[in-house]
Design a protein around this ligand. Structure first.
Ligand SMILES: O=C[C@H](O)[C@H](O)[C@H](O)COP(=O)(O)O
Length: 222
């Protein structure tokens, strides 16, 4: 079951957490298992502090007795553990089904190391089938939609509800992304597009659990 695999992947990644670390907590249903398991370890004596990539993850962590620092006062994180919507052998990932990709990218960039946790349904040959979320300044909604269509998005939909940052999300369906780096650079260059779910350089390793077996993927390995 996917939930069992999410829990297994989360628990495997916990092996990377050490006393004294500032740990970045991602967002989503897989990270929910991580936060629960981390909470158990903290109550058993592990000494860490955390920063969170969403209000939901901050609340969940605090509920587990984990000390959560305001990321606004933080510039370096030791280890961030986060979910993904797709991850391939290059450790390219698509993130943001939960709408947190902008904060997730900032925290990942501040991190010495970032690892992804996922169940086997997220492991793909090449990223691109999942919708690509783009966080957008509400003022620029139509303009950014047109630019995404010009970049090849077959459909662009405004997601219901905003982000923790008070912005909108456009879900863009590209179907196939031949050159993720070119697409990421092109979206980065659109004024009003504040962030997107293409993570091409951030992920150092991934723990993917499939039917009860956890595989640790690293850069340059399948
Ligand atoms: O915005 C959400 C994040 O990028 C999530 O980490 C990602 O969508 C995976 O979430 P889940 O573990 O719920 O599939």
């Amino acid at each position: 079951m996917a939930d069992d695999d999410k829990r297994l992947a989360a628990e495997a990644a916990l092996d990377e957490v050490r006393d004294g670390m500032l740990v970045g907590l991602g967002t989503g249903s897989t990270v929910a298992f991580l936060i629960a398991a981390l909470g158990e370890r903290v109550r058993a004596g592990l000494r860490i502090e955390a920063v969170a990539t969403s209000i939901a993850s901050a609340r969940a962590a605090e509920g587990q007795g984990i000390i959560v620092r305001d990321f606004a006062g933080v510039s370096l994180v030791d280890l961030t553990i986060d979910g993904a919507d797709e991850v391939d052998a290059r450790l390219y990932a698509i993130k943001g089904a939960g709408g947190a990709m902008l904060r997730e990218k900032v925290v990942a960039a501040a991190s010495d190391r970032m690892v992804v946790i996922a169940d086997g349904t997220k492991r793909v040959d090449a990223i691109g089938a999942a919708k690509l979320p783009v966080e957008v300044l509400p003022f620029a909604r139509s303009f950014v939609t047109a630019r995404l269509e010009a970049l090849g998005a077959a459909a662009v939909a405004v997601r219901e509800g905003g982000t923790d940052n008070g912005n909108l999300i456009l879900d863009a369906r590209f179907g196939r992304i031949d050159d993720p780096r070119a697409l990421a650079a092109a979206i980065d260059a659109v004024p009003g597009a504040l962030g997107h779910g293409l993570f091409l350089d951030e992920v150092d390793a991934a723990y993917v659990a499939d039917a009860g077996v956890v595989t640790r993927m690293t850069r340059g390995a399948d």
